[in-house]
Design a protein around this ligand. Sequence first.
Ligand SMILES: NC(=O)c1ccc[n+]([C@@H]2O[C@H](COP(=O)([O-])OP(=O)(O)OC[C@H]3O[C@@H](n4cnc5c(N)ncnc54)[C@H](O)[C@@H]3O)[C@@H](O)[C@H]2O)c1
Length: 271
Amino acid sequence: MNDLFTISGKVIVVTGATGVLAGGTAQYLQKNGAKVIYLGRNQQRVDQALELARTISEDCMGVVCDVLDEKGLQTAFGKVLGKFGRIDALINGAGGNMPGATIGPDQEIFDLDIDDYGKVMDLNLKGTVLPTLIFGKAFQKQGYGCVINFSSMSSPQALTRVLGYSNAKAAIDNFTRWMAAEMALKYGDKIRVNAVSPGFFISKQNKALLTNEDGSFTDRGQQVINKTPFRRFGNQDEIYGPIHFLLSDASAFVTGTVVAVDGGFSSFCGV
Ligand SMILES: NC(=O)c1ccc[n+]([C@@H]2O[C@H](COP(=O)([O-])OP(=O)(O)OC[C@H]3O[C@@H](n4cnc5c(N)ncnc54)[C@H](O)[C@@H]3O)[C@@H](O)[C@H]2O)c1
């Protein structure tokens, strides 16, 4: 048997675990034998996620916590260590956008709502940095651990309209490299920090932007498809394999990378 890819028994904290991509990933990991902590900010949604998780296995736990709440994260950290005694990995899945941090088609660049811009920067960037600093202490102590961040295709190239989110995701790429280097230099080569960068997957937030009610593409959806050699959006389960790889020993020498999961969007100029 090749155990390079084994993730069974790993204790994995997933933020944003009530959402589409991170939530689906959390269930996938549990189905593959991992012990998964579903971290979300809404009690009812965490309860719902946990109800489903328990149909997979009892090796799970729900924690209600905002990723921007330092005290709440410290409490969550204590609860996870109390139950499982260690943490093998952290997946920073919480993230998202707000209309005010984007420029609508009829708006001027100068109409950007700087408060919403700040909120989106905070959620995506600080909401990744803070959990990493708190849960990462377990990795320092143990001498091993793994962080996986969520970047976006709006990071490496300019994506029209979307400013705050793009700025934050670009900073996440940088944070991923920085943290990978610092962790390894200070605590050794068993701590790895990487990111996945999803192309366009249909989520609650972007569904109306990319598809019409009859399932056809909006103009923006069509523009995305035109720049995607696979000529389709991503399916939720297509993010699971790259994350599995980054969590497993198969990627033991991989750190500081941002893995594009995008049907070729980032490699293709569109022509
Ligand atoms: N769907 C896509 O096409 C796409 C593309 C690129 C990157 N991403 C990134 O992937 C990740 C998951 O996105 P998704 O599409 O599943 O979106 P989603 O909206 O379904 O999930 C995001 C989750 O984050 C949670 N969240 C938001 N603010 C929070 C806070 N302050 N504290 C704790 N949790 C909070 C939400 O409740 C939600 O459950 C995000 O970081 C997103 O930016 C998604």
